[in-house]
Structure formats: C-alpha cells, structure tokens
Design a protein around this ligand. Structure first.
Ligand code: KG4
Ligand code: ZN
Length: 357
C-alpha cells in the first residue's frame, strides 16, 4: 500500500509518500519545507505565522512529494492530529480532509509523539522486544513512555515545565546563538574543551544544576536550567560574554546537564519497569552526544537491552514517521472525514477519533 502522510504540528511543512508491504518500507518521497529562517528572527516559533506558511507551502510540498514519488496511486492519507500548535495542526488536518474527500480515500489520524517513536521502525523488521521504555525529547515534549506494544502506551514521566529542546532553544537565545538552539549549542559544545587552560574570565568551571535528577519519579524540569544560564550570563562582563571559551564551556555544560538527567531517568525507568528495549526519539535525539552517551551507558550497564535510535536525518519533524505510524495502525483508517479533529494536547495514551487504541 502507498501512504501519503502530512505533518504540520510545528514549523515544518512535511509530506511523504511511503510504500509499505509486510513491514517492508520504501521511501518514495520525504519533503520537509522548513520555516526556520522565518522564525529565527524571533528566536522561536510564532504559531499564526507558522500557520500562514503551512497554508502557503502545503500545495507546493504536495506537488513535489507526488512528483518525486513518481505520481503513484495513493491508498491512504495519514495526518498528524496532535499534539502540537493548534493552528498549525488544523491547517494540516483540513488539508488532509480536503484531499481525502477529493480522492475518495480513507484517512488516518496520527499522534505526533507515537510517530517520533515509530521513526525507529522505518528500517522495517527491526527487533522490537517489548516492553520498551521510550524517551521522546523534542522542542515541545520530554516524556518517558512505557510501550507494551504498538498502540499501547503509558506515560510514566514528563517535564513539568520546559521541554529539553525548548531549554536548548531558550538558552541559545540568551547566549545570542541562532535558532533552533539545539544544533547551535551542539556545534559550540563540540569545540570544548578548547581554551580550558586560559579562561579569559577566570571564573573557574561553569557548573549548572541537574534538575530533579535524584528525585524518586520519572519527571523532568528544565526551566531552572535556563534560569541558571541566564544568571550566569548576566553576571559576566561583556568581554567574557563574547569570548569563544566562555561560549563553548557554557554550551558544553548546558548540553551535558540535560543529557545527564535524561539518561539517568531513562535507565532507571528501564530497570524498574523491567523493559527489554530502550527507544530514543524526537528532534533532540539528533544530538550526537545524547545518542552516543546513551548507547555507551546501555552497553556498559545493561548489555542485554536493545537500543533503538533513529537515523539522525529522521529525528526532527518529518512526515515519513507519520506514514510509518499509519501503516502500523492501518486497520483504524476511516472515511468519516468529518470526525478527524486536531488536538493540541493529545496524549499518546489517549483515544482519538479511533475505534481502537
Ligand atoms: O521534534 P522536533 O523537530 O519538533 C517538535 O516536535 O518540537 O524537535 C525540535 C527540537 C528543537 O528544540 C531543536 O532545538 C532540537 O529539537 N534539536 C536538537 C538538535 N537538533 C534539533 N537538540 C539538540 N541537538 C541537536 N542536534
Ligand atoms: Zn516533533
């Protein structure tokens, strides 16, 4: 079957065509039209601006996706219905409904968080030894999810304030780095420890907090980390703020503080819930240090565990992951187009316009 998937939950307009048969996937096209340049000016995503861009981009991206896929006969339309930015989600949902009605095709609503997990299964018949503990880290979410099977999830922990990606975006803004902040911080962090010996600011090692790391729960909090960065930055003299060595050490510490908490809680959850697999997903999963440090810790401390991490290029938002999720849930397709609704706060363990969950 050929699935056309649409994803507009945040600031990327994405359409993909996926050919799927017996858990074998062939990527026919995967178009991502990024709005990064537009939002960079503001240091974050403006929902109404993003919505307008999606409306403008969707028809163009659709044409490209179909052309690149060789204008195939589509069998199913999948669309992200949540969670995400409400105006952006609705733009994609309405576009998908129109298209499905015009082509007389069934439609399948997809949860964006589940899609970040399912990115791991693009390779097809990869080992899925369940239960799994999934760490989904993006610009809007930081969640630990227990996956008993595809379609059966339990959120066991989540951030109480900012998401990890949001923390990177906000701290990068404080430091005057570009948007999105995650990749910008990673680039600077990779250059550390250059300049350790002669710190121009003579302030010793920057030490940021590891919020909630030893608390007996699986929740996170990243807004305190952002505030700590702000205080440290504010107290520095202008020459220090502008110095490469300050920037590099600070970025390395921000990244490591977040990674320490994410890994600690993930491993603890995997042990305590007697999981067999650890799955990483979401835009922040593109972070090389997070991917590698998690891998090393699993290999060292829990060698019997299976570790899934998506290809770096499939971590940030794309419609391919929406299509893969739709394939796994293909039985839930519907022609009741009217019933498909966007839900900005949709949870992965919640039923949404489906017969089964
Ligand atoms: O999943 P995603 O594309 O969108 C949401 O669903 O939110 O995630 C975007 C987030 C942004 O906060 C961005 O800064 C972060 O992922 N990100 C990274 C990296 N690439 C993207 N964070 C750390 N390291 C990266 N290499
Ligand atoms: Zn995402």
């Amino acid at each position: 079957m050929k699935i056309l998937a649409i994803e507009t939950s945040c600031d990327d307009t994405c359409i993909a065509v996926l050919e799927a048969q017996n858990l074998r996937f062939k990527i026919k096209s995967n178009i991502v039209s990024s709005q990064v340049k537009l939002h960079a000016k503001y240091g974050g995503v403006y929902p109404t601006l993003a919505k307008r861009e999606h409306q403008k981009n969707l028809p163009i991206v659709l044409k490209r996706a179909l052309k690149e896929a060789g204008s195939p006969k589509i069998n199913l339309i999948a669309v992200t219905v949540g969670p995400g930015l409400e105006p952006c989600l609705w733009t994609g949902v309405n576009f998908a409904k129109d298209l499905a009605q015009k082509m007389n095709l069934p439609i399948l609503p997809v949860n964006h968080i589940e899609a970040h997990i399912a990115t791991n299964f693009i390779g097809g018949k990869s080992k899925k030894i369940l239960p799994a503990v999934c760490l989904v880290v993006s610009g809007g979410h930081t969640q630990l999810i227990l996956m008993e099977r595809i379609g059966k999830y339990k959120v066991i922990g989540q951030t109480r304030d900012d998401a990890a990606g949001e923390c990177f975006d906000k701290t990068a803004r404080i430091l005057g780095l570009g948007y999105p902040g995650g990749p910008a911080i990673a680039v600077e962090a990779a250059k550390y420890p250059e300049g350790v010996v002669s710190r121009p600011y003579g302030a010793g090692k920057i030490q940021l907090p590891r919020p909630m790391i030893y608390q007996k729960n699986y929740d996170f909090s990243f807004s305190g980390l952002k505030t700590a960065v702000l205080y440290d930055f504010k107290k520095r003299i202008p020459e220090v703020k502008k110095s490469k060595s300050y920037m590099r050490q600070m970025c390395s510490e921000i990244q490591q503080a977040a990674i320490d908490v994410l890994i600690h809680k993930t491993l603890k959850a995997a042990r305590n819930f007697k999981a067999k697999t650890i799955i990483l997903g979401g835009g922040v999963a593109a972070n090389k240090e997070l991917r590698e440090q998690l891998r090393k810790r699993i290999e060292k401390e829990m060698p019997s565990f299976v570790y899934h991490v998506p290809d770096q290029k499939h971590c940030t938002d794309n419609a391919l992951m929406t299509a893969v999720t739709a394939y796994y849930r293909r039985k839930e397709k519907t022609k009741n187009w009217k019933n498909i609704k966007a839900d900005a706060n949709l949870r992965i363990d919640q039923k949404y316009g489906r017969e089964t969950c």
